[in-house]
Write a protein that binds this ligand. Sequence first.
Ligand code: PLP
Length: 407
Amino acid sequence: MSSPRRAAAEPVTLPDGKGRFGAFGGRYVPETLVPALDRLQAGIETHLHHPDFQAEFLHELKTWVGRPTALSHAPALAKRWGAQVWLKREDLAHTGAHKINNAVGQTLLAKRLGAKRIIAETGAGQHGVASAAAAARLGMPCTVYMGAVDVQRQAPNVDRMKLLGATVVAVTGGDQTLRAAIDEALRDWVSDPDGTYYSLGSAVGPHPYPYLVRELQSVIGREARAQMLEAAGRLPDVAVACVGGGSNAIGLFHPFLADAGVQLLGVEAGGRGAGLGDNAASLTYGTPGVLQGSYTLILQDAFGQVRETHSVSAGLDYSGVGPEHAYLMHSGRVSYESATDSESLDALAECAKYEGILPAIESAHAFAGARRFAEKNPGAHILIGCSGRGDKDMPILQNTLLKALHR
Ligand SMILES: *Cc1c(COP(=O)(O)O)cnc(C)c1O
């Protein structure tokens, strides 16, 4: 799906016509979902790169989301690490993370497609909040599916969604977490594919979602690239982002793919360590398989059973990863590493104390990876995707970092 309107600086050849990124991606779904996905794909081809849609999208990003988000030089981290450090501040975007870019874009698309309601899934609640806010802004009713376990664990976000006018449905089937919520949202969508629009929260799932989410999130990397040229007079040596499903990372990386001199580094959740069930690092430790409509790398046992994951960061706690990342790892263009829970919490504490920025625990994984890169590459110019703010993480920080501080 290439578009004649695309800026020349961003050559795009993938996904191919079948939604594949090399061997990965595609569409592994029941027959009942195919018409809805076909309709979505046709809608994307008509609207997504049309100047009218892009103008409306950029207007909302500018006047409501608060874009462009800042690029901040981080002088204290630079001094401590012996490198040059720049932060792309998605924590400053409305609702506190990059997820709003995708939620606004998909809700605008839903309106163009004539949908009457938005549905979304959410794990930790961040995509649910972003979807509820975007739907309220654009005058559409919104239902958010959330695993019953997550409804308990993430009560403040459930209340935020309700204040924003959304209906939150607790999913009691399956694993009662994110995976069950996605399954339930897909079921809802199949029952009314014309009137309902399913806004998916990361660069995962069946084609065309990984492509759609990448295109909407690429605003991060486009802005960061231009801001680096303006502020530093050069491109970074490396751009680093955390990887859960992979939407903030692909959004940061994609506009740099053609810049051969810019290394790209994705950092997954290393959790407690390498054992199956102890982390959420699908690229580092996973094997190929199908999860929720896509052929990608997943954390599964020898019998192909998808395994529970662990991460201190709820937003990275998923057993799969977007198929484009699996492709970019295999092609060698992007490197992937993992950072453990404790490395990430250390990195969060360092950024908060010395830069006055409290990143999300998800984002702190990128800081941990960047710090390692700096050790091996003294003097390097490092661009870090700060995907969100850490205020939502206070309950976890109270039980970890703050306990240690008070000892
Ligand atoms: C949801 C979330 C992530 C992980 O999702 P991706 O799709 O991998 O970007 C990372 N950071 C923050 C702040 C999040 O809310």
